[in-house]
Design a protein. Sequence first.
Length: 55
Amino acid sequence: MIGNIVFIGCNTSIIGMVEVGDDSRIGAGVTLANKIIKPKSTVVSSSNRVIVRDE
């Protein structure tokens, strides 16, 4: 499920059961597989680390 107002960069792969919370940003080239991304998060790099999470 992809939330509202979500930015997904180019060349991003979303595989399986992925949940992306509202107001989140997924960087270019990221591969997400069976992940839950909390609202207002930013995910970048091949290690899929959440680098910023606005509370």
